[in-house]
Design a protein around this ligand. Structure first.
Ligand code: FAQ
Length: 318
């Protein structure tokens, strides 16, 4: 009698499923590198949502009106929810939440560079909503079609909420631009500070991007960094001009032939500095997260104890 050997699917068969636009689900066979890449990207994304609460949380108690405060509070809660869906999606790949958080705290897992800049005025809340959420949406709309099912499905709801966030940010900018000279200057100053970091959110140029080629083949990434960045610039410049804001780029110019805006060079040395832990707020952001995580240990323990008790009771009844 011969043993019944079950052949493992090959990378070619896996690629054929991707090419046929099939979604890969948690229990499906996948190359180890595909799994690791997804853990890297989804966890970085989750950390970004959660760390991104810090610059905005800074203004909850100082929002100019009760209505603005309620809206900002809801937005920050949405970001926490996005973190939750994304950590859950990452966990389906066989990694625990504890490991994911541990990697963040040890600095072996990144989060978006943009959240290492300070939010020093109320207009920064407008700029974050308008520019940062716009950049996030441009990228994330394409991720609704990413090849990994749980990540793609998480993106659908996240995109709907980000689009509300974008509008609330633009509305803050619009209101400031209809206000006093000081308010207009505050709005312009925040655009001057957030514009270039927002362009960096899309990552290095295509030729320099370490992961793009393989990620595009696996359809983890559906559009290239530069392509997404260009779409963002084209949209944001028109939105800026519509309310009287200037974009801080002397090289910005409409290119009739390309049908896009040409724009100036990004300061990649600054990007490297921020990504490697030396931006204006890196240490503060991480220290705050570590402290909140430690102070919340009792909540996690209480929930685990409650869950264990509930399971034991259920087992006894059965
Ligand atoms: N910051 O080869 P690539 C939000 C790293 S959510 C830090 O091009 P990849 C919502 C990259 O990880 C914003 N690191 O990499 C919100 C890699 O390093 P590694 C977050 C960056 O993965 C709004 C290296 O550079 N969104 O804002 C950055 O193919 C308001 C080489 O780069 C997502 O995470 C950066 N900007 O493409 C919340 C979307 N760019 O890992 C609160 C999902 C690149 O090898 C308030 N992520 N790096 O050490 C992605 O789409 C991709 O990961 C990219 C990078 C496009 C970010």
């Amino acid at each position: 009698m011969t043993d019944n050997v079950v052949a493992l699917p090959s990378e070619e068969q896996f690629q054929a499923r991707i090419d046929a636009e099939e979604k890969i689900e948690p229990k499906d066979w996948m190359p180890e590198k595909y799994r690791q890449t997804l853990i890297r990207q989804i966890s970085q994304h989750a950390h970004s949502e959660v760390i991104g609460e810090q610059p905005e949380g800074n203004w909850i108690s100082r929002a100019p009106t009760l209505e603005r405060k309620a809206i900002l509070l809801a937005k920050v809660q949405d970001e926490a929810g996005h973190g939750l869906y994304l950590y859950s999606a990452a966990e389906t790949l066989g990694i625990t939440r504890e490991e994911l958080i541990d990697r963040l705290h040890k600095g072996t897992s990144k989060y978006a560079s943009i959240f290492n800049y300070p939010s020093i005025t109320w207009a920064d809340i407008g700029a974050i909503g308008w520019l940062v959420d716009s950049a996030a949406i441009v990228n994330q709309v394409s991720l609704q079609n990413t090849s990994y099912g749980p990540y793609a499905r998480a993106m659908v709801r996240i995109c709907k909420e980000e689009s509300f966030h974008q509008r609330q940010g633009y509305h803050i900018m619009m209101t400031l631009m209809e206000g006093s000279d000081e308010q207009k200057a505050m709005a312009q100053d925040s655009v001057n500070r957030w514009w270039w970091p927002a362009l960096m959110m899309f990552g290095p140029h295509d030729g320099e991007s370490a992961h793009s080629a393989q990620n595009m083949k696996w359809k983890i990434k559906r559009r290239a960094n530069d392509d997404l960045r260009q779409q963002f610039v084209d949209q944001a410049v028109q939105q800026a001009h519509a309310i009287g804001l200037e974009v801080p780029d002397p090289d910005l110019k409409w290119n009739e032939e390309r049908g896009h805006y040409d724009f100036g060079a990004i300061d990649w040395a600054e990007f490297e500095r921020v990504v490697s832990g030396n931006g204006p707020c890196n240490r503060q952001r991480l220290a705050h997260h570590v402290k909140a995580h430690e102070e919340g240990a009792w909540v996690r323990e209480a929930m685990a104890a409650y869950d264990a008790k509930r399971r034991a009771r259920k087992a006894n009844v059965a």
